[in-house]
Design a protein around this ligand. Sequence first.
Ligand SMILES: [Zn+2]
Length: 411
Amino acid sequence: MRLLDLKERIEEHIDQISEFTATPGKGTTRLTYSQEDLQTRNYIKSKMKENGLKVKEDGFGNIFGKLEGTLKDAPSVMIGSHFDSVPNGGSYDGPAGVVAALEVARLFVENKFTPKYPLEIIALVEEEGSRFGGGLMGSRGIVGLLSNDDFRNLKDKDGVSTEEAMAKIGLDPSLPRIRDPKTMKSFLELHIEQGPILEEKKIPVGVVEAIVGLTQLEVTIKGQAGHAGTTPMDRRADALVTAAQIIGQLPQFAVAEGEGTVITTGRLNVFPNGANVIPDQVVFSVDIRSGMEKNVLNVIEKTKELIDSFNKDGIETSVEQLLYIQPKELNAGIRSLLKEKSEGLNIPYCSINSGAGHDAMVFSDYTEVGMLFIPSKDGLSHCPEEWSDSEDIAKAVQIFYEAAKSLTEAE
Ligand SMILES: [Zn+2]
């Protein structure tokens, strides 16, 4: 298998799909069940058919292309990603993973591999949530996290419902929707990193260890308001000075944990917010993310202790936890398989965490999931400048091809 041929084919797919946009010259705008969705859908289906895959859609409009295995009624090894976009997004977020999957299937057929377990290429709708909100709609639907009523009641900003929009491009909402987890053996997804790490390290492939957990705290500091001119410095309980002292110490907690742990204060509300009044109340956010739960828990504990230590001299502090989402570790067996195949192919890789949610995260509660990242130029995504090197996609295809041969027990 020649890497350059593969790279060229991938570039052709990406170029072709990027033409299916509602905003030519201003990036990719491909909303779910739009004309651009239909054009892309037809392209993906035709490429599946060219490779001899059996093509099916479900009642959400997700696309499946199946290469049957020799075992009867065996669960599928699935590879894929989503094909919708944000408004004025790029050509790679989503399609890179669909195109990679199509090429894996082509390699199976070209090299006449017969899998024992079926290989299934999947292309998912509405991951971004740009039309109907929420996001991850296609994958959540497949695993049964979106009820028929909830799906039916979703409307876009013009009041068009999901099923009306589907009918408009000839999709059939009455097709089966939920899929028994027993029909899934594993799921592999390639995605662009959407961050700067791989590019900076000059490593073409990242094996995703975990999709990070997310904790949001809301901190309230209460002090005493007073005149900025007449209140002596030793008589103040300044809520903003206290908040500043706390916020300034937070980053070191994440740095001390390492392993990609991050902490951010992005919102700060000061009351009464007058230039000549000592602030009597400050409310600020703390966002903590890490791939490892122990890191998250350590940072939460240190943050709460620090805030508590300022509870004196007329200052009252309190912390409310608004959100806690556990980090999701991806399947250990698949992670080692992907690393083993990268080594076998002499493709440099590193471990990485995903700071964003993906369809892979949804599937990880139902089947064995593995994920690869490739570098994003300048770490950019969700914009027309989004770019990844097709050679890196080609490398990921080689890794997935080898991994899929093992997982499908192809001969
Ligand atoms: Zn995406």
